[in-house]
Design a protein around this ligand. Structure first.
Ligand code: HH2
Length: 283
């Protein structure tokens, strides 16, 4: 999908949900770490995901798995910028940059990315929301309790769905106050980011409650450890079927964008879901 078509498509609830393919240019991501650290391999994987039906590609140069350490801006740029430029040049597709740092986002937008996917929802770097506004880029605001280094130590909520909803509302308001285009914002409950198995299940169960916050929802459940817990499957690469089940549940309950590693499996499942009359049930 082209960057120009992206936001009108997402806003049109009669149109099929979008699939965002995950491309981690990192040595240590939880499921594909090291596989695409080489730029040529990363570009090839991006092209492969597009040929499998991905609508956009999310490129990241920093793992945010539980316990991970921050990667500085220069290294994130070194890992991602040439991959973004090559992929956009070859395909013209929409690309998002998965980063919390304005400097990395700026380099990615210069290379042709059109969305900034910030797991800190604009809290990690004061300049990020203003940059997105200035460049009229798209923005994904994700919920996370704590930081990747510590987030799984003891996540605590009184009412996880209400608290995530409140957080996303506040961060959306902050983005609007910074001048971000309201028609180019996605909200994401942040599956696995400072959440136990029960928290993740509650959020997915009540996803519909988060569809009324003023922006479309994105969900990234793919290969995450809650699926491993349910299936007793420690290998993230063996969580494909469970991930597809979570994806179908998510679109049925209002998600407009799915962030996934297994593009082909997800796209095929969505096609059957659509053929059967699958539609999002909004709040
Ligand atoms: N999950 C991951 C990274 N970025 N961004 C959004 N908006 N939503 C998510 O659920 C999300 C995200 C973690 O997955 P992955 O990129 O595969 O792993 P790692 O952080 O280890 O690179």
């Amino acid at each position: 999908m082209t960057p120009e078509a992206l936001w009108a498509w997402i806003a049109d609830c009669a149109a099929p949900p979008l699939v965002m393919g995950v491309l981690n240019v990192t040595p240590d991501s939880f499921s594909d770490g090291g596989a695409f650290l080489d730029a040529a391999a990363a570009v090839a994987r991006g092209m492969e995901m597009l040929s499998e039906g991905a609508d956009l590609v999310d490129i990241g140069g920093e793992s945010t798995r539980p316990g991970s350490k921050p990667v500085d801006a220069a290294e994130q740029i070194r890992r991602t910028q040439s991959v973004i430029a090559a992929l956009v040049r070859a395909t013209g597709c929409a690309v998002s940059i998965d980063t919390t740092l304005a400097e990395v986002a700026e380099a990615a937008l210069a290379a042709g990315a059109c969305v900034v996917n910030d797991i800190s929802a604009g809290r990690a770097d004061a300049g990020l929301l203003k940059l997105v506004a200035r460049r009229r880029a798209g923005l994904c605001l994700m919920h996370m309790q704590g930081t990747p280094a510590t987030m799984q130590q003891q996540p605590t909520y009184v009412d996880v769905v209400a608290e995530v909803g409140q957080f996303l509302s506040e961060r959306r308001a902050a983005a609007l106050a910074a001048g971000v285009d309201p028609a180019r914002i996605l909200l994401d409950p942040g599956i696995g980011f400072g959440k136990t198995l029960e928290h993740n299940l509650s959020l997915l169960h009540s996803l519909r409650d988060l569809t009324g916050l003023g922006s479309p929802l994105m969900v990234g459940a793919s290969r995450k450890s809650f699926i491993g817990r349910i299936l007793d499957q420690p290998d993230p690469g063996q969580r494909v079927h469970g991930s597809v089940a979570a994806a179908l549940w998510s679109v049925t309950n209002g998600a407009r964008v799915l962030r996934v590693h297994d593009v082909r499996a997800t796209v095929e499942a969505l096609r059957v879901w659509r053929a059967l009359g699958g539609e999002p049930a909004m709040a």
